[in-house]
Design a protein around this ligand. Structure first.
Ligand code: V47
Length: 382
């Protein structure tokens, strides 16, 4: 039996025959299809379909990068119920790095082959506009070749407010100061019900999408996320994915979709259990199948343990993120994954998962590949 015939049979037996037919024909799945993928008990059949798409797009390649995180402040006035990271100034553990302190974090890693800094933080209205520009300039001065992936749509909303200028102008100035692309956080789940219940002081889903549209119009790439495993329903997850897909049809600016697994320690949703490893596999698979116009799906290993991320590489994911030096947001929320995984360990983990490791930069140019593709490691590092 061919692989495709086996896939069809497995899907038929799971009652997913019509969905498999669409996937094999490259047709878009509907919202009802998305719901069926969330509700079926046949997780392996869902994973096999997602794996088919993943292999069609990326073969056996699995991407990673060498990156570091700088969470420049934990001051925040949004009081999201899922968050364990936020503090008010003066509270124990509260901090706001100066641009120079952030740059020092970059200089600490100059001996490591870091190509990206991922910079996200809380939202604090008293931080002046110049701070954000100085932060970017200081980081770039410390390591000129580094790609700065910074500021979620929530931070950009605040930066624009304090800049008192139109968003396109602000984005141009941030780019000039060194901004290379934007991360995908802050989207949470777009549903108005959960926004009201869990993070009503934050921008709404529609506002998040409107800012992402402006970011893409400014020729900046970004990622997209969904925070799953708390109070959301399957319908709300499908709605979220569909709204991302609709924007992507217009802009094409999302590079990667990352389902973020809710971590329940030290926050107001601590009574919730958080997602299981099986939930994480399903979320990766449904994301891969629904977001037919987003090139990459990332299993962010820091959030889900490296072993689960390895399994995700056969459930639709083609990326595991990076070496992630000094992550704060999830570790404050109970993540027990190591703070720093060496490049060699990530390579071995990908090999052990039966995939070909490919080191990428933020924009998915190949830096190094075990396949021996002519990467551009020297240019990426200088
Ligand atoms: O927006 C906060 C999430 C996000 C918790 O673009 C939590 O490559 C789980 O933007 N449990 C920020 N999640 C992180 C982010 C990100 C992460 C990895 C890769 C990329 C990328 C972007 O972290 C927040 C929120 O959704 N978060 N608290 C928590 N307790």
């Amino acid at each position: 039996m061919t692989d495709v015939a086996r896939l069809r049979r497995q899907a038929d037996e799971a009652g997913l025959g019509p969905i498999a037919a669409k996937v094999l024909a490259g047709e878009r799945l509907s919202r009802d299809d998305g719901l069926a993928l969330y509700r079926t008990p046949h997780l392996h059949a869902v994973g096999a379909l997602a794996n088919h798409v993943r292999e069609k797009l990326h073969g056996d390649r699995a991407y990673f990068n060498v990156n570091q995180h700088v969470n420049y402040t934990n001051y925040c006035n949004k009081f999201c119920r899922f968050c364990s990271f936020d503090r008010l100034p003066g509270q124990e553990g509260a901090y706001l790095m100066t641009p120079e302190e952030a740059a020092a974090k970059i200089r600490e890693q100059l001996d490591e082959p870091v190509t990206e800094v991922h910079m996200v933080a809380g939202v604090w209205p008293k931080i002046p506009y110049e701070y954000y520009l100085d932060l970017l300039r200081a980081v770039k001065a410390a390591r000129p070749a580094i790609h700065v992936k910074a500021f979620t749509m929530v931070e950009l909303d605040q930066i624009q407010k304090v800049a008192k200028k139109p968003m396109p102008e602000v984005l141009e100035e941030l780019k000039e100061a060194g901004l290379g692309s934007c991360p995908g956080g802050g989207a949470e789940v777009f549903a108005e019900r959960i926004h009201r219940e869990g993070y009503h002081l934050k921008i709404t889903g529609d506002e998040w999408l409107a800012i992402a549209r402006q970011v893409h119009a400014a020729r900046l790439r970004s990622n997209c996320t969904m925070l799953h495993g708390h109070v959301e329903t399957a319908e709300e997850r499908v709605d979220h994915l569909d709204r991302l897909r609709t924007l992507q049809d217009v802009t094409g600016g999302f590079q990667t979709y990352i389902p973020l697994s809710f971590h329940p320690e030290n926050n107001e949703w601590s009574h919730l259990p958080g997602p299981t490893a099986l939930d994480e596999l399903r979320e990766i698979a449904v994301g891969r199948l629904m977001l037919d116009n987003v090139p990459h799906v990332k299993a962010y290993w820091i959030l889900m343990e490296l072993g689960v991320a390895q399994a995700c590489l056969s459930f639709g994911a083609d990326d595991v993120d990076g070496t992630v030096v000094e992550e704060r947001i999830y570790h404050d929320a109970g993540a027990t994954t190591p703070q720093k995984t060496q490049r060699e360990e990530l390579i071995q983990a990908i090999r052990d998962a039966g995939r070909i490791p490919v080191e990428r930069n933020t924009l998915y140019d190949v830096v190094w590949s075990e396949e021996g593709e002519p990467g551009n490691r020297e240019a990426a590092l200088t």
